[in-house]
Design a protein around this ligand. Structure first.
Ligand code: NAD
Length: 563
C-alpha cells in the first residue's frame, strides 16, 4: 500500500513528490526511541565470507574445549566434588560436550544466603553503576559472539542463524534493561506542593531466582538475570538441565566484569529438586520463570505459600507455552503466506515458544495453500546444525524425540498426513523432519496441545470470522499471525485475535527487544512482556515518600555539624 505505483493513482498524488529521492523528503518521522541510546544489535550476515569464516573457526575452537566440567559457583567460589551430569550433542549423541556439577539442596540454601548478603550492598549501588556492569557484559558478548553461537549450536542444536539471533537478543537485553533502569530511577515521579514533597521511587525486591528453559539457552536466561540485576536484586541462576554449559559461559562473563561476589550465583541442577526448593525458600523474594505450563503452575502454587521465617509475599513472573496459530485469509498473498508459515513453523524445529503449530486456512484457498505449503516445506534443508545450510537441526533430546514421534504416529489415525520427511540418512541424532497434517479437527489434541516440535496442523475454516474463532479456541494466548489484504479483516483481527503478540503479513517468530516486546496471557503466562516498557517494574517495589517541609527546621546530628 505504500508503493509509489499505488500512490500514483490517488487523486491528490504529486508527481514531483513521488519521484523525489526518499532521503530529501523526510516524510516519516524518525522512530521514537523508548530508551535513549538503545538500538538493537544486528545479527551477523553469514553471506559475508568473513563472518562465515569466523563462525566456522569458532566451531573448531569450541570443539577443542569439549570435556570440561562446569560447576556451581556460590559467592564467587566454585563448588567441587559433585555428581557430574554429562552433556551430549543432540545432533550426534556420541559427541560428549562436557559435564556440569549437580548442585545439592545444601548448596541451594548457601546460594540464597550469599545472594541475600550481597543484596545489602548491591541494592544501594546506583542504577548507573549497575547499568555499566551490564554494558560491559554486552560488550564481551559482542566480542565473543562467535564462541557463544558455536556453543549454542553444539549444546541445543540450533542452526547458525537461530543461534546467532539468540546472542543478539542477549546483548539487547543487557543494554535495554540497564538503560531502562537508569531512566526509571532518574525520572522518578515528583508531585511537590508548597510545604510538601511527594516522591514516587523504586526499590529492589531482594533475592531473585531465575529458572530458565533450554530453547533460548542464552537470551532468555540472560534476559531474566540482567533484568533482576539492573533492578538491584541479587540472583540465583538455575539454568535448564539441557543448556547448562551455555549458561555457565554466560555466568563466566558476569564474573569477568567484576560483579561483587554473591550478587549472582550459578546453580545448575535438577528442576524438580533444587528448582522446587529455591521456589519454596522463605528468603527468596522473586521467581522469574520461563518454561512449560505444567511447571509454571506448580511454581505459582508453591510460591503462594508463606513459610516459617518468610516476611513477604513472593512475586512470580511466569512466561509459559503456547499453541500459536496463523490465519490465512481468502485474499492472502500466498507467496508471502507460505514462506511465513514455513519459517514460523519449522525454524529451530518448531521449538520456539512463538512457533506456529496451527494454520487456519479459508476454504476458498485451502487446497492450493496446502499444495504450495507442502512443496515449499520439501525444499527446507534438515541437517547438522553445524552446517551453515541447515534450516532445521535436531530436537533437543531423546525424550522430546520420542514424544514428538509418538504424537505424529497417533495423529495419523485422525488427520490427513500431507508431509512426512525422511531424515533417516542423518544418523543417530534426534532429528524429526517437518511434518504436516491437514483436515485437523480444531478440538483434537493435535490442535490443542503444545507439541514443541516440527509438526504443523492445517485446519479449514468456512469464513474469516470462523478462522479467528478457531485461532482463539485454545486456552493459550501467546503469538498469532494473519495473512490478509483486507483492511477490514486486519482491523477485526486486531480487535478479536487473542494473543500477546499478533503479527500481520509476516512471520510470527523472531521478536526483537524493544520493537516487539514479547509474552502472552491466558495459560501462556503471568507477567509483562520481556523486552518491553513494563518488564522491569515487576522486579521492583514502588514506594511513595511524602515529607511535610513546613516549619520543621533542621536538627542536624552532632557528626553532621562536624562536617
Ligand atoms: P520446563 O518447564 O520443563 O523447564 C523449565 C525450567 O524449569 C528448567 O530449568 C527446569 O529445570 C525447571 N523445573 C522443572 N521442574 C521444576 C520444578 N518442579 N520447580 C522448579 N523448577 C523446575 O520447560 P522447558 O522444556 O525447558 O522449555 C520449554 C517450554 O517453555 C515450552 O512450553 C515453551 O513454550 C516455554 N517457553 C515459553 C516462553 C515464553 O516467553 N512464553 C519462552 C521460551 C519457552
Amino acid at each position: 500500500n505504500s508503493s509509489f505505483l499505488r500512490q500514483s493513482i490517488s487523486p491528490d498524488s504529486d508527481a514531483a513528490k513521488l519521484l523525489a529521492s526518499p532521503g530529501t523528503l523526510n516524510q516519516s518521522a524518525p522512530p521514537v526511541l523508548a530508551i535513549p541510546g538503545f538500538r538493537n544489535v544486528p545479527d551477523q550476515d553469514f553471506t559475508i565470507p568473513g563472518e562465515q569464516e569466523k563462525l566456522a573457526q569458532a566451531l573448531k575452537s569450541v570443539r577443542s574445549q569439549f570435556g570440561k566440567v562446569f560447576n556451581p559457583v556460590i559467592a564467587g567460589k566454585a563448588q567441587t566434588g559433585l555428581e557430574q551430569i554429562s552433556v551430549y550433542n543432540p545432533a550426534d549423541p556420541n559427541i560428549y560436550l562436557g559435564a556440569w556439577g549437580k548442585a545439592t539442596i545444601v548448596q541451594a540454601d548457601l546460594a540464597v544466603n550469599a545472594a541475600r548478603n550481597a543484596w545489602n550492598t548491591w541494592r544501594h549501588t546506583s542504577s548507573q553503576e549497575r547499568s555499566q556492569y551490564l554494558h560491559k557484559v554486552a560488550d564481551l558478548l559482542e566480542t565473543q559472539r562467535a564462541t557463544f553461537t558455536a556453543w549454542i549450536i553444539y549444546e541445543v542444536g540450533k542452526p547458525w542463524r537461530d543461534a546467532d539471533a539468540d546472542v543478539s537478543e542477549a546483548i539487547d537485553f543487557c543494554r535495554y534493561y540497564g538503560e531502562q533502569m537508569v531512566k526509571l530511577e532518574t525520572q522518578g515521579q515528583n508531585r511537590d506542593l508548597p510545604g510538601e514533597t511527594n516522591h514516587y521511587r523504586y526499590r529492589s525486591r531482594g533475592v531473585a531466582v531465575v529458572i530458565a528453559p533450554w530453547n533460548f539457552p542464552l537470551a532468555i536466561m540472560a534476559g531474566m538475570t540482567v533484568a533482576a540485576l539492573a533492578a538491584g536484586n541479587t540472583v540465583v541462576i538455575k539454568p535448564a538441565e539441557q543448556s547448562s554449559i551455555v549458561a555457565a559461559q554466560f555466568f563466566a562473563l558476569l564474573e569477568k566484569v567484576g560483579l561483587p561476589a554473591g550478587v549472582v550465583n550459578f546453580l545448575p541442577g535438577k528442576g524438580e529438586e533444587i528448582g522446587a526448593h529455591l521456589v519454596a525458600h522463605p528468603q527468596v523474594n522473586l521467581i522469574a520463570f520461563t518454561g512449560s505450563l505444567n511447571v509454571g503452575s506448580q511454581i505459582l502454587a508453591s510460591a503462594s505459600i508463606v513459610r516459617p521465617g518468610q516476611r513477604h509475599l513472593k512475586r512470580v513472573i511466569a512466561e509459559l507455552g503456547g499453541k500459536n496459530g496463523i490465519v490465512i485469509d481468502s485474499d492472502a498473498d500466498l507467496d508471502q503466506a507460505v514462506l511465513g508459515v514455513v519459517q514460523s513453523s519449522f525454524g529451530y524445529s518448531g521449538q520456539k515458544c512463538s512457533a506456529c503449530s496451527r494454520v487456519i486456512v479459508h476454504e476458498s484457498i485451502y487446497e492450493t495453500f496446502i499444495e504450495r505449503l507442502v512443496q515449499a516445506t520439501r525444499s527446507v534443508q534438515v541437517g547438522q546444525p553445524t552446517d551453515p545450510g541447515s534450516f532445521l537441526g535436531p530436537v533437543i533430546d531423546q525424550e522430546a524425540f520420542q514424544r514428538i514421534r509418538k504424537t505424529i504416529h497417533e495423529a495419523k489415525q485422525s488427520a490427513r498426513l500431507v508431509l512426512e520427511t525422511d531424515v533417516s540418512h542423518l544418523g543417530g541424532g534426534y532429528f524429526v523432519g517437518p511434518t504436516i497434517f491437514a483436515d485437523v479437527d480444531p478440538q483434537s489434541s493435535l490442535a490443542q496441545n503444545e507439541i514443541f516440535g516440527p509438526v504443523l496442523a492445517v485446519i479449514k475454516a468456512k469464513t474469516f470470522e470462523q478462522a479467528i474463532e478457531i485461532a482463539n479456541s485454545t486456552p493459550f494466548a501467546l503469538t498469532g499471525g494473519l495473512y490478509s489484504r483486507s483492511p477490514k479483516h486486519i482491523d477485526f483481527a486486531e480487535a478479536h485475535f487473542e494473543c500477546g503478540n499478533l503479527y500481520i503479513n509476516r512471520k510470527i517468530t523472531a521478536a526483537l527487544v524493544d520493537r516487539q516486546p514479547f509474552g502472552g496471557y491466558r495459560l501462556s503466562g503471568v507477567g509483562s512482556k520481556a523486552g518491553g516498557p513494563d518488564y522491569l517494574l515487576q522486579f521492583l517495589e514502588p514506594v511513595t515518600i511524602t515529607e511535610n517541609i513546613q516549619r520543621q527546621g533542621f536538627a542536624p546530628l552532632p557528626e553532621e555539624l562536624d562536617d
